[in-house]
Ligand binder design. Structure first.
Ligand code: ADP
Ligand code: MG
Ligand code: MG
Length: 889
């Protein structure tokens, strides 16, 4: 096996073997761009090392061969005393990973060769600056010395000299600093800084290998679901120097604006600097455009290279470059990160430039980005006072009064105040407060902290880990940088998409993308914004490509109409339980309490017209499109008064000797219906079987509503869905009754209704016996919420707040199975049930309702599983359409 590749030997498609950085360095080399020569040690070598604890035998020799070739090419030897070849040792896995060792620059410098470098460059200051950087980086990343010790020593040197920036330190100062740094290494690492250049290089290579298994790297991989066995590559790259004086420098650039997508000159440049000085912000950088003035030749060359890269990668690229005494060098490129809005714009721009086609354009955007663009946002034109920045944990723009405990959050929100719950970190006791708040702000914790996970689950705006904020929950206040104090009740604004925290009330504007979907802004109109144009076009690409249909979960005409505007092709789930609430509660109580058949029938008779009106409105809103109505699902006790409240009422009435016969009967009913595990209790089809006439009444209401719409020349397409079926026998009994009721309505109204009857597949047993169930069902709708609960044995209402955060931290799963479908478990049942169902009934219609229907990754899964449609909440419809299009292209 070959373990080392020269930059001339690789290419961009070898990321698995050479890592992202190595593959792209090779690609640039072969494009003829100026890349300092070097070579890459493969991920395979890393894997052997990590597996056996030793570097593969052949590796040392191969590295020696490549190093010799490099030395010959450069005409000097690594660390050569009078004219040293210096190299950087750079980590580079397939995916870039925080927590891994980055890079050590200037390898090859020693007490001797630093003199040679000084002489060759004719610049003593430069040589000693490079040496102190080597000891600093090597000490920190290879020998594990606390980096602050070096930083502090550097600061002390600047202070002693009374200068502000490191370039003002002179050779003599830097020489002293080197001595100091070496002492730090000796004390902290218990060894001398190695003077042998090859030893420096070998130790750095090993450190890169070892960093693959650092704690933070491992944690990151678990959370991002990056396999642990990929390993990292190591790049050895001959050094070029941006710190050789004012005609040298280093910079970063984008081939177009990563925020807007516009083509132009975007980037930063720093004269007389090396490596990460640009991003580290130690000195002020200048905008890239200034380079034209500083060094026109290099600038023109850079522009030319950027164009070459864009045409070659057919995408936005980001770049690291260095200029050494007027000579431009490329040190890194990759397809660049961009904002959600820019992703849409860039994709359509590239289509217009003829660089990519529609299918490829769909791969350049994601549903998550679209979702991000649909949140309301803070008005960009507003004057703001930013006081901190944390992790963008759950998107949205929230404004409210700061409160520092959940009790106050609940109390204030009950009295109509908008509040932001501010905590150091949240725990399960904060749940009520989180629900009551507009948004959540914490000063500790990351993307998997309790606050972040729970907020995302609730779709609530959250910024977490804003560390500069000092939250004092005892005194109900927080101190912001600069010392200003935010007291309980002061207005603050938080942006869950950027992580920014502001004082005061920042005005919120609706997203133009939502305005567009709502039909209040039109693509092609004179004033339409560029983003809307781009979204409009990408959605058209997606709709042309996708095979999955997208329906909405909607229970009323208003939601149905919105869903239609957003592109829904029907309703996949209309829940009927809300039709039993409000003023109708009393009727429901009568139904539940009925002692005799007549009493029950009377209650049902009164409910019937109410239900019917609901359906007429819904069918009208969705005229011409399918509407799946689910018969009553939740346990009955949910429709009865709260047990404590009722007991109090009974006790009071008793004490006052008032008549309370009804309350007493109600209380008895509540006791009778009380269940330890209502989720597994008397609900769904079980209710229909136990309460005579209930399902028949609902079916009749649907059928009569459909008949009425038909007679009004409408096109109602109702489908009746039976929930929580576990065995075909349940379905057969309900079906027989439903068929009879429908026939009666058809006869009475003289219309033919063609109502489809199907079932939800939401219990493992239903999935396992899907072949039998399909005999009595014309369609299946996978209820993946309940299916996930029952397959995992997780109570959805409880787990997210209790142990999911620790599961996520431990990496047991990267994302809650209620958010993204668990493909191996729940998904397997879906796939198998779909297959078995279709074997029984080839034209069986298959859909999914539940949160997963609007989740990007899950949509791809449902596409692959061969379902006909997904159903999701109205606001998720564009996301589902887009992802269905992406899945099909
Ligand atoms: P990261 O993955 O953190 O970007 P890099 O390997 O790209 O790490 O290196 C960090 C910095 O050092 C970058 O600014 C890069 O341009 C610079 N650098 C790396 N290798 C060299 C080199 N051979 N000569 C000059 N600068 C280099
Ligand atoms: Mg880095
Ligand atoms: Mg880099």
């Amino acid at each position: 096996m070959k373990f080392v590749y020269d930059f001339t030997e690789g290419n961009k498609d070898l990321k698995d073997l050479l890592g992202g950085k190595g593959a792209n360095l090779a690609e640039m080399t072969n494009l003829g761009l100026p890349v300092p020569p070097g070579f890459t040690i493969t991920t395979e070598a890393c894997k052997v090392y990590l597996g056996s604890g030793e570097e593969p035998v052949a590796l040392r020799d191969e590295v020696s061969d490549h190093l010799t070739a490099l030395e010959q090419r450069m005409g000097k030897k690594l660390g050569q005393a009078d004219d040293p070849l210096l190299v950087s040792v750079r980590s580079g896995a397939k995916f870039s990973m925080p927590g891994m060792m980055d890079t050590v620059l200037n390898i090859g410098l020693s007490d001797k060769s630093v003199q040679g470098l000084a002489k060759q460059a004719g610049d003593e200051r430069f040589a000693w600056d490079s040496y102190r950087r080597l000891i600093q980086m090597f000490g920190k990343t290879v020998l594990g010395v606390d980096g602050d010790l070096f930083e502090d020593a550097l600061d002390a040197a600047k202070k002693a000299k009374k200068v502000a920036v490191d370039t003002e330190l002179e050779a003599a100062d830097l020489k002293k600093l080197v001595t100091k740094f070496k002492k730090i290494v000796k004390t902290e690492a218990g060894r001398d800084f190695p003077q042998d250049p090859r030893e420096q290089m070998d130790l750095a290579i090993k450190a890169v290998f070892d960093s693959w298994n650092g704690d933070r790297a491992k944690l990151y991989r678990r959370q991002e679901r990056i396999p642990h066995d990929l390993g990292t590559a190591v790049n050895i790259c001959s050094m070029v120097f941006g710190n050789l004086g004012p005609d040298s420098g280093t910079g970063v650039a984008f081939t177009r604006d990563p925020a807007s997508g516009h083509q132009g000159v975007y980037g930063d440049y720093l004269q007389n600097a090396q490596g990460e000085d640009v991003v580290a912000g130690i000195r002020n950088t200048v905008p890239l455009a200034e380079l034209e003035r500083i060094d026109k030749t290099s600038y023109d060359r850079l522009m030319q290279i950027m164009e070459t890269l864009e045409n070659h990668y057919k995408d936005l690229c980001d770049i690291e470059f260095t200029i050494e005494r007027g000579q431009l060098w490329m040190l890194q490129t990759r397809v660049g990160k961009r904002t959600a809005g820019a992703a849409f714009r860039i994709a359509t721009q590239l289509v217009d430039q003829g660089l990519i086609d529609e299918a490829e354009a769909l791969q350049r955007v994601t549903g998550a980005q679209l979702a991000q663009l649909m949140f309301p946002r803070f008005d960009e034109k507003a004057k703001v006072e930013q006081v901190g920045r944390g992790i963008a944990a759950s998107p949205g723009a929230a404004v409210g009064k700061a409160v520092f405990d959940s009790y106050t959050a609940v109390k204030w929100s009950r009295s109509g105040e908008k509040v932001i719950l501010v905590r150091r970190e949240t725990n399960p006791d904060d749940l009520d407060g989180m629900i009551a708040a507009e948004g959540i702000l914490t000063s500790r914790g990351g993307k998997t902290s309790h606050a972040a996970v729970v907020a995302r689950g609730m779709g609530k705006t959250c910024v977490c880990g804003a560390e500069e904020l000092e939250v004092d929950t005892k005194r109900r206040r927080m101190t912001v940088p600069g010392g200003q104090v935010v007291e309980e009740g002061d207005l603050i604004s938080i942006d869950g998409s950027s992580g920014k925290v502001y004082l005061g009330e920042v005005p919120v504007v609706p997203s133009p993308v939502v305005e567009y979907f709502e039909g209040r802004m039109h693509a092609g109109a004179d004033d339409a914004d560029e983003l809307v144009e781009a979204v409009h076009r990408i959605m058209a690409f997606a709709d042309r490509k996708r095979r999955l249909r997208v329906r909405a979960n909607a229970d009323n005409a208003e939601d149905a109409l919105r869903a239609r505007r957003f592109g829904a092709q029907g309703i996949g789930l209309c829940r009927t339980e809300h039709m039993f609430l409000g003023d109708r509660r009393e009727l429901v109580e009568r139904l539940i309490l009925a002692d005799t058949e007549t009493e029950r029938e009377e209650a049902l008779k009164e409910l019937l017209p109410l239900q019917k009106t609901d359906f007429v409105e819904l069918f009208e809103a969705m005229d011409g499109l399918p509407v799946t109505v689910r018969l009553l699902d939740p346990p009955l006790h949910e429709f009865l008064p709260d047990i404590t409240e009722l007991s109090v009422r009974v006790a009071l009435a008793e004490a006052r000797q008032e008549p309370h016969e009804n309350e007493l009967r109600l209380l008895q009913a509540v006791h009778r219906l009380h269940e330890q595990n209502p989720m597994l209790g008397l609900r769904g089809v079980r209710l229909g079987l136990v309460i005579p006439g209930l399902f028949a009444m609902q079916v009749r209401a649907i059928a009569e509503a459909a008949a009425e719409r038909k007679n009004a020349k409408g096109d109602p397409r109702a489908e009746i869905m039976i929930p929580l079926v576990g065995t075909v026998q349940e379905l057969e009994i309900v079906r027989e009754e439903a068929d009879r009721v429908i026939a009666e309505v058809e006869a009475a109204t003289g219309t033919e209704l063609k109502l489809a009857i199907g079932t939800m597949i939401e219990l493992p047993r239903a999935a396992l016996t899907a072949g039998q169930i399909a005999e009595a069902a014309e369609f299946f709708s996978f209820g993946t919420n309940d299916l996930t609960q029952t397959v995992w044995g997780f109570s959805r209402d409880d787990v997210e707040a209790s142990f999911f955060t620790s599961y996520l931290e431990k990496g047991i799963f990267g994302v809650s199975p209620f958010e993204t479908i668990d493909k191996d478990g729940v998904g397997k049942l879906v796939r198998d049930a779909a297959k078995a169902g279709r074997a029984t009934r080839p034209d069986l219609k298959l859909g999914v309702c539940g949160e997963h229907g609007g989740d990007p990754e899950s949509v791809h899964f449902f596409h692959e599983a061969g379902l006909d449609y997904v159903s999701c909440s109205p606001f998720r419809i564009p996301v589902a359409r887009l992802e269905a299009g992406r899945a099909a292209s």
